[in-house]
Design a protein around this ligand. Sequence first.
Ligand SMILES: Cc1ncc(COP(=O)(O)O)c(C=O)c1O
Length: 349
Amino acid sequence: MEKIHGGDIYSFNRKIIDFSININPLGISDEIFSVINNSINEITNYPDIECGALKNAVSQQENICKDFIVFGNGAAEIIFNITNAIRPKKVLLIVPSFAEYERAADAVSAKKIYYFLKETTNFDVLENILTYIKNDIDMLFFCSPNNPTGRCADIELTLEIVRKCNKNNIFVVIDECFMDFVINSERYSFIPYIQKYNNVLILKSFTKIYAIPGIRLGYGICSNNEIIKKIHLTRQPWSISVLAQKAGISALNQKNFKDKTRSYVKKEKEFLTKEFHSIGITYFNSLANYILFKSEPNLDKKLLDYDILIRNCENFTGLSGEYYRTAIKSHSDNKILINALKNTLNKKS
Ligand SMILES: Cc1ncc(COP(=O)(O)O)c(C=O)c1O
């Protein structure tokens, strides 16, 4: 398997501080941890294929109909499920963005058309994307906040895009896997509109906000019952483990966890960007829990001397080797990153 993502701590025989994956800096909560521990006896059962209790909890939390929800072994699984269900011939991709959309398009041999985000306009999706939406396109992936840029389109533009796609019979996947980290997310999230549009699936993940990437749990929200049925027809029924279902229910029971997370991330983002500014690093304003920045070639390799792993963005379509992405981690880890950056970048000058 080609190593195209962050999180490859397995290649090192020492402890690494992993800034290459964007996981909640508050870490896994005690509640989720103990629910997983206390559920261990239940791994002798097959999981509930309906994910009934978890579905009730998500439906309440998101204020959406239960029938709109489909779970996956991480949101990543649903990217492939929905692409298999739609079987697009031509896919429009906004790049740079998460690589799995391209892999899913390749898996069904779809032709890929690119809309390139531009550094000069802060990697924002602009209105001119509407000219790319033509009736020979079958599917569009739209990541908001976008990985790796951390940018979100305002909901007005997203609505325009979805409406034009609707008219042209284009299915839109809106990936909101990092939306829970965004302050004032109601300015950006498509969830309140999902009932009105049957050409949209919204992706959400438990792995980032609840810091449980190893558990694998995500969901799709789609008001088109035929699409939900197709997804179920094209995959195995037990992909959401007993422990993932328990962890998910426990995660949603926590009060104020997202608020606490957002204010912590905001504070640490301010710390990191202020330090970047003083070191002279060009960074791009992010609404999420990670920051895209620009620096010298091989910075990621040099930071390994400090046991720090950041994400080299060279293999994102539309970026080159001078771009990096770092997660916003705990204050003590962030200080370690800043000191290592200061040492590394000063050494040269
Ligand atoms: C934008 C985006 N969507 C989806 C995923 C997949 O998330 P999950 O861990 O739920 O499979 C990722 C993982 O990094 C991501 O960055």
